[in-house]
Write a protein that binds this ligand. Structure first.
Ligand SMILES: *[C@@H]1O[C@H](CO)[C@@H](O)[C@H](O)[C@H]1NC(C)=O
Ligand SMILES: *[C@@H]1O[C@H](CO)[C@@H](O)[C@H](O)[C@H]1NC(C)=O
Ligand SMILES: *[C@@H]1O[C@H](CO)[C@@H](O)[C@H](O)[C@H]1NC(C)=O
Length: 500
């Protein structure tokens, strides 16, 4: 590597180094059409992109890419040596620091998600059993990560940004991620049916993915959007959160439109089409203001109309699932306006930490009940404005505090650590696996992808983390949580029934 090109990524916009995609715009438009039939999540973005003015301030991170010719033979540089742990002996030794605080309660679900293997452990045969549903195998050995990709293509850059997130975890906690092998599924839906694994059936395959539901055993892991979603111009979670916060200051809650807002693609799920029936019309006002996301024209305008700040202008925001879970939930919660959450079927890694009437307002999912449920919620909130604002703030507070990137990484670390304890085989690197490293991932990427990667790079080794993993739920904790959920939901139903 005689000639290395070094540049600040903030200067990089517009100057593509070695890898501008030919015909990118045409291809992108084409993909937009194809995408309609392929995935729900693309269209779920009832929100977003505050990318204008991005690049301000510049990035501290410097990325060094080899000249294009050499890129092919480029291998990952050695990672920095692990942090020397401070010794506790010697005269200068500081008093041992207090144990880190407990992680948020949703971390307790890690134990539940891994429970199917708590007795049997995980054999190589179990792990590989769902190989046909996996997009890649992740191997961590000695603090370095390797990926073996399987034939199935993932939608857009989900796999890339998921792997980028794992790489950032390794940067953040060098030497702390244990050796492991796992299978990862980047699709929308869970794949491991619970029903197939009753009593005498063989233990299920552990398969990592983005969401699961009551009927499935998939192990949930943070989705790619925390590191960015370039195809719809959604920035990484951390910088985006800052902008949402600023946006929230622009319009005080009491000055917002006193209605419930939703914008998205209704064609991915029948329940979304059912929701559209609640839109205001000349004959009926259900207090809902609903809009169809027009991705084709919004793409032409670089998603300007979807900008998140412009979507925090209503006092209430509706969250409804797409074909499966939707990454939009965290952005919707961030608005300081109560989220009217249409009862979901799927969960992701954090959503089980959300409680009705505390972080959101529950809305009935049954066909024919949504409209009256939404109307009631808005009327109630407008009549109890302090309580409504409290719910709005608690939802945003959850995304700001319990869902900050520190905790996203801590969740990944704890989940992978607990998972690795269950392995009954020695992880090895398959010959076809390729090492993940900053240069090999970011240098060949497109401009926006690379920009998001740099924006979402984790700060180097973290001192003092991670938070302390809470023990599994005790039966009484589980019971009281379940009853809080059903009590609050029941309370709302009771109120609703009294207005009929
Ligand atoms: C809902 O009603 C508003 C106001 O009339 C209108 O602008 C909007 O296009 C409607 N949305 C849909 C999906 O029809
Ligand atoms: C999932 O299971 C819980 C507890 O068994 C139940 O209360 C809930 O209604 C189920 N959810 C769905 C969507 O089936
Ligand atoms: C919820 O709990 C409170 C106190 O525990 C109880 O008084 C109330 O009746 C419950 N409401 C419902 C709808 O179950």
């Amino acid at each position: 590597m005689k000639q290395q090109i070094s540049y600040l990524l903030s200067l990089l916009q517009g100057t593509s180094m070695q890898c501008r995609r030919a015909g990118g715009i045409l291809l992108f438009s084409f993909l937009l059409f194809v995408g309609v039939f392929l995935s729900s999540l693309w269209f779920d973005m009832s929100m977003i992109s505050s990318s204008f003015g991005r690049g301000r301030g510049g990035s501290r991170v410097r990325l060094t890419c080899p000249p294009a010719k050499e890129a092919a033979q480029h291998t990952c540089p050695s990672p920095p040596p692990p942090l020397a742990r401070p010794t506790t002996t010697g005269p200068a030794a500081a008093p041992s620091p207090p144990p880190p605080p407990l992680c948020p309660t949703y971390f307790q679900w890690i134990h539940e998600d891994l429970r199917p293997w708590s007795a049997s452990g995980i054999t190589r045969e179990m792990m590989e059993r769902e190989k046909e549903n996996a997009n890649f195998r992740l191997v961590v050995l000695g603090g370095r990560a390797y990926v073996e990709k399987y034939g199935r293509r993932t939608f857009q850059t989900r796999d890339l940004f998921t792997q980028w997130g794992i790489l950032q975890l390794l940067r953040r906690y060098p030497g702390r991620v244990p050796d492991l092998e796992l299978m990862f599924d980047c699709s929308d839906f869970p794949a491991v049916a619970k029903a197939a694994h009753q009593e005498n059936a063989p233990a299920p395959a552990p398969l990592f993915g983005y969401c699961s539901d009551n009927a499935s055993l998939d192990i949930v892991f943070p989705d790619w959007s925390f590191w960015g979603w370039p195809e719809v111009n959604i920035e990484p979670w951390e910088p985006l959160m800052k902008e949402v916060k600023e946006g929230n200051r622009r319009v005080r809650w009491v000055d917002r439109e006193p209605y419930a807002y939703w914008k998205g693609n209704p064609w991915v799920a029948s329940w979304r089409q059912d929701l559209l029936k609640c839109n205001v019309s000349s004959g009926q006002d259900w207090n809902a203001r609903l809009y169809v996301q027009d991705w084709i024209s919004e793409n032409k305008q670089k998603f300007m109309n979807s900008a998140l700040a412009s979507q925090c202008k209503h006092r209430y925001k509706i969250y409804i699932e797409g074909a499966a879970w939707s990454v939009s939930q965290k952005y919707i919660l961030g608005c300081d306006s109560p989220t009217l959450r249409v009862n979901p079927r799927y969960y992701d890694f954090f959503s089980r930490g959300l409680l009705p009437l505390r972080h959101y307002w529950p809305v009935k999912a049954e066909e024919g009940h949504k409209c009256s449920s939404i109307k009631f919620a808005v009327d109630w909130g407008n009549a109890h404005q302090d309580k409504a604002q409290e719910i709005g703030k608690a939802g945003s507070g959850f995304t700001e505090e319990e869902l900050k990137m520190d905790y996203v990484y801590d969740y990944m670390l704890h989940l992978l650590t607990e998972y690795a304890k269950l392995l009954r085989f020695k992880p090895t690197k398959p010959p076809a696996a390729v090492e993940l490293c900053t240069e090999l991932m970011a240098c060949p990427a497109g401009d926006l992808e690379r920009e998001f990667m740099v924006l979402s790079m984790a700060d180097g080794p973290r001192h003092g983390g991670p938070c302390t993993l809470p023990p599994p739920f005790t039966p009484s904790e589980m019971k009281s949580m379940m009853s809080e959920v059903s009590n609050s939901t029941g309370q709302v139903e009771l109120w609703e029934s009294k207005t009929d």
